[in-house]
Design a protein around this ligand. Structure first.
Ligand code: G3I
Length: 377
């Protein structure tokens, strides 16, 4: 420890924690948790200290159900992603007719609480209005897609930190050489629809960071490796043609039984490849499904926290990583309850805070990885 310099309480406890617990040989994760417990600082502050942003997805209806959740959200997050409000099916139910009410309220809430907004998402094969599939054709596909981008990105121009311009566009199961997912956008707009989407978004909003958001890139298995290769190949082609792409979003919907395929050298090498291409990297939808774990909540929380720690330690070693966004903050507001409920009927516990908004082991794991992350930017 640097003798001359005045040190604050947290740093003192951390230093002490490291020496004592290290000497006792307790597991690395335990001392990290002990050290982090000393740090009651909100995750947004711990992230900011390292040049990172921290936040979560949000649907405003959750605040109607709990004002305490609003307080927690504001205290922990300096960036937010609309879980629903900016998706095509939420904004428009008839061709050319848009209602920006909820989305505008979302942006206003974030502005009022000094939070950046991640626009989500302009071009996706899901959350689409019912009329689209029946009316989209090869003749009008490009016009309908770019008109939507023009309208929505234009409406929020200059107000957003970033846009997920395209979402989940890769699928190795399509068996296409380019790895693209077979979607109504590929079918009706052609193989260059990604390029068109990025160019149209840059024209409508020259300020926002333009992000390609994708799932399963974090997995070091055959499926993940195929996605990584397809992304790098398509990225090289688009960057060579001067397509305005500024960042990559890794969704990171993790599972508790995936420890062996997370955070390894091939993953860090992939992040390095993205950084070498000038990409800013964001973890955009982080949570850990606990459906395979035993019933005991304490044991579940430990296992889930270890996944957060393993994944984020590897991720945050890459200086091009600029932000961590979870898909919800508290277990009571997680999509996983509906998507991967437990067979024993117990509530799922995938997020940093429990249903009473109390910090869990996962919160301390995130805090510890932020604290030990190298500073960037
Ligand atoms: O609000 C309606 C309700 O009125 C209706 O009764 C009910 C039954 O149909 O549906 C409700 O809308 C649902 C909405 O969530 C609100 O709960 C939609 O059906 C349902 O599709 C929607 O699911 C969202 C999904 O994206 C599709 O937009 C999830 O909440 C949201 O967590 C999920 O998020 C995605 C990311 O955008 C992209 N990556 C994966 C991630 C998880 O699937």
């Amino acid at each position: 420890m640097n003798e001359g310099r005045k040190i604050d309480r947290r740093e003192f406890v951390q230093g002490l924690g490291v020496q004592v617990l290290g000497a006792l040989g307790l597991s690395e994760w335990t001392w990290r948790r002990a050290a982090a417990q000393a740090a009651t600082a909100p995750l947004r502050q711990l992230a900011a200290e390292k040049g990172l942003v921290f936040g979560s997805s949000l649907a405003l209806k959750y605040f109607l159900q709990s004002t305490a959740y609003q307080q927690l959200f504001v205290s922990q997050c300096d960036i937010a992603t609309p879980e629903l409000h900016m998706k095509w099916d939420s904004l428009s139910s008839q061709p050319g007719v848009y209602n920006f009410g909820n989305a505008d309220r979302f942006v206003a809430f974030c502005d009022a609480n000094r939070m950046r907004v991640r626009g989500h998402t302009l071009v996706w094969h899901d959350a689409l209005p019912a009329w689209l599939a029946s009316q989209l054709t090869v003749a009008n596909g490009q016009a309908i897609m770019t008109e939507h981008i023009h309208t929505v990105a234009g409406h929020f121009a200059g107000k957003l930190y970033s846009w997920d311009v395209v979402n989940e566009v890769l699928d190795p199961a399509s068996r296409r050489p380019d790895g693209l997912r077979n979607t109504l956008w590929l079918e009706n707009c052609g193989v260059d629809y990604l390029e068109r989407a990025f160019r149209a978004t840059a024209a409508a909003d020259p300020v926002a960071l333009l992000v390609w958001n994708e799932n399963y890139l974090e997995l070091s298995n055959g499926f993940g490796a195929a996605k990584r290769a397809a992304m790098l190949n398509l990225l090289d082609g688009m960057l060579a043609r001067g397509v305005p792409i500024h960042g990559i979003g890794l969704e990171a919907h993790l599972r508790a039984d995936q420890a062996t395929v997370l955070g390894d050298a091939s993953y860090e090498a992939f992040l390095g490849e993205l950084a070498r291409r000038g990409m800013k990297i964001f973890v955009t939808e982080l949570d850990v499904q606990d459906v395979t774990l035993p019933a005991d909540a304490g044991a579940r929380d430990q296992a889930v926290a270890q996944i957060y720690s393993r994944f984020l330690s590897a991720t945050l070693r890459q200086p091009a990583v600029r932000g961590i966004v979870t898909w919800g903050l508290a277990d009571s507001f997680s999509w996983i309850a509906g998507y991967r409920p437990r067979t024993d009927g117990l509530p799922v516990r995938p997020l940093p805070f429990d249903a009473n908004f109390q910090p869990k082991a996962a919160y301390y794991a995130i805090a510890a990885t932020l604290q030990s992350a190298p500073r960037r930017g």
